[in-house]
Design a binder for this molecule. Structure first.
Ligand code: GDP
Ligand code: GDP
Length: 438
């Protein structure tokens, strides 16, 4: 399901991050928190009165530089306009309306997207202060007085935000298209891949569920099936300004992965594997998505007969934390193996939603435990009574055992390998859940 996005924008020091933390920390239950996006959290999945949305602190995305404030504000506004369904513009009662507030309000207004005006640092409860009225001059309608430190007014603010959230948009599960996120560092060739794919195939810029954000997805239908490339317009019409902000590109990748069935992790063959690749790939892995590594710019690598094998071996080491992932060596420039890329995307998506009958699983389990005895400790041996698959996307298996603490990681690894050897499950993470039973 794709969640609506609510962005917080405003000048430095008006209290954006205080508001963000208040909203996710107290007034809202955090459904999910995403550490690791940056050191400071910049987005969180939230819920208010039964409505879920993604709250983004655009201030947290800014690079720490001596950029002039207005340039920073432009970027925030640009980001909000690009991505958000609703924007909260935060201002500061103590400063009054500044020229920068005015300028940003104008930019946001031009986008035609809903804006909620928050006047922060209204710490006294009771009658709204006279200074509040000045904020009507921004032309954004009613200003909502809030104290982010104390939490006053945040409920009314969120009620207002809810009014503008798009209708809940359950992405059709009977929709048989495969949703694909093409992710990777800047310059690895993501836009080139999308352009190649969309330039040659029939492309419809869809508005699948009628929301603004989905309008940026591209649908590609070919003899291999129907594929939806998520946020590809964002990639194609990429904003150089935003793209240079690393935190922003990471954030966007994460959001795309959340909505995808398959993550295509693109790396640049002329550069090889880097730390950042493992970060993005690790996120897709943790989220249980089907994954493919596309090694792009293969045309630019000097090769002999062994080059690909050696390259692949090295990559298998680099991606050892997701040993199941297939590699496809492609070139967006020449179109090399684009066909194979589609086949692989389709294949891993199927593997990600595979259902294995319980009987067959337990046959494998019986064989595996016979071949290598389960671990024991102080005379007690692990017994695995039974296993069954409880869900797909990713395939999730529950084990019923006598003692969970005896089911060590290494033995889980062994069982995982046995299952993979038998059933393939290529390109998909799998999840084990352990339950104790007497
Ligand atoms: P940001 O740069 O917009 O993210 O602003 P911060 O959240 O870092 O806040 C800037 C300063 O304003 C900090 O010292 C906060 O403690 C203070 N501040 C934030 N919200 C309030 C508020 O509601 N009332 C008061 N009095 N101070 C606040
Ligand atoms: P993005 O930032 O990941 O979207 O990367 P781009 O698609 O903008 O590509 C970055 C640069 O790599 C551009 O100069 C492309 O022309 C170049 N490039 C992309 N794909 C290939 C490829 O398959 N082969 C070669 N030789 N260059 C490529």
């Amino acid at each position: 399901m794709s969640l609506p996005i609510v962005a917080i924008v405003g000048r430095p020091n008006v209290g954006k991050s205080t508001l963000f933390n208040k909203l996710i920390g107290q007034r809202l239950s955090i459904v999910e928190d995403t550490p690791g996006v940056t050191r400071d959290r910049i987005y969180a999945k939230c819920e208010w009165l039964g409505h879920e949305f993604m709250l983004v602190d655009t201030g947290g995305i800014e690079p720490e530089s001596d950029d002039i404030i207005l340039a920073q504000m432009r970027r925030q506004a640009e980001l909000a306009i690009l991505k958000a369904d609703v924007t909260i513009l935060v201002t500061d009662l103590k400063c009054g309306v500044t020229a920068t507030d005015y300028e940003v309000a104008q930019m946001l207004l031009k986008s035609g997207k809903p804006i909620v005006l928050c006047v922060n640092k209204v710490d006294n409860v009771g009658e709204p202060p006279m200074e509040l009225y000045e904020f009507y001059n921004l032309g954004l309608g009613e200003p909502f007085p809030v104290s982010s430190v104390h939490g006053h007014g945040t409920g009314d603010l969120l009620d207002e935000v809810l009014k503008y959230l798009p209708e809940e948009n359950e992405e059709d599960d009977d929709d048989d298209s495969i949703k694909v996120a093409v992710i990777g560092k800047p310059n690895v060739g993501k836009s080139s891949i999308i352009n190649k794919i969309c330039g040659e195939e029939r492309v419809i810029v869809s508005n699948i569920a009628g929301t603004t954000r989905d309008a940026t997805d591209s649908v590609v239908e070919n003899e291999k099936g129907k594929f939806v490339f998520i946020d590809t317009a964002g990639i194609r019409r990429k904003s150089k300004v935003l793209e240079t902000i690393e935190k922003y590109s990471v954030l966007r990748a994460y959001m795309a992965v959340d909505r995808a069935d398959v993550a295509v992790i693109v790396i640049d063959a002329t550069v090889g594997f880097t730390e950042q690749d493992s970060k993005v790939a690790g996120y897709a892995h943790e989220k249980g998505k089907a994954c493919v590594v596309a090694v792009n710019k293969w045309d630019a690598v000097e090769k002999d007969t062994n080059t690909m094998n050696e390259f692949q071996k090295k990559l298998q080491d680099d991606f050892s934390f997701m040993s199941y992932v297939p590699f496809v060596f492609i070139s967006a420039k020449t179109g090399l193996r684009m066909d194979k890329l589609f086949d692989t995307i389709k294949f891993v998506a199927e593997q990600n939603s595979i259902r294995i009958p319980t009987g067959r699983l337990n046959d494998v389990l019986a064989y595996a435990t016979q071949r290598v005895q389960p671990p024991s400790d102080k005379g007690r041996r692990l017994k695995i009574y039974y296993m069954t698959q409880v869900s797909t996307k990713p395939p999730t298996f529950v084990f019923f055992v006598n003692r969970a603490d005896l089911y060590h990681f290494s033995y889980q690894r062994y069982i995982e390998n046995q299952i993979r050897e038998t059933f393939g499950l290529e390109g998909t993470p799998i999840v084990f859940k352990i339950r104790e039973r007497d």
